[in-house]
Design a protein. Structure first.
Length: 108
């Protein structure tokens, strides 16, 4: 079997691309911002905050969770979500290096 296109890139490049793809929808950005604002695990309140149907919100939550941006814990009959700090630290380190490099460049 041949190599997939992602096999030609580093693990970090694939990881950042997966995270960026998950952040590539405004509803997902709104979910992240809401979770940051409330600073707690939230179960059903997210649906009330967005102008989207519950199944649509669930799909966006699934994408964010699969990318490692949020964590979900089962509490009773509900899944409660909160920010996964580990993944945001990966983004902070990655973009911090880019900002440092761009700031120090003498180009154009």
């Amino acid at each position: 079997m041949g190599a997939t296109k992602t096999d030609h890139f580093t693990e970090q490049q694939n990881q950042i691309a997966t995270i960026a793809k998950a952040l590539g929808h405004p509803a997902r950005i709104a979910i992240i911002e809401y979770l940051l604002k409330v600073d707690a695990c939230i179960c059903s309140d997210i649906v009330d905050e967005l102008p989207l149907a519950q199944p649509t919100v669930s799909q966006h939550l699934k994408e964010l969770k699969n990318a490692g941006l949020i964590k979900g814990n089962i509490e009773g009959n509900a899944i409660c979500y909160c920010i996964d700090e580990k993944t945001f630290n990966i983004l902070k380190e990655y973009f911090g290096k880019i900002i440092l490099t761009v700031t120090n460049q003498k180009c154009c």
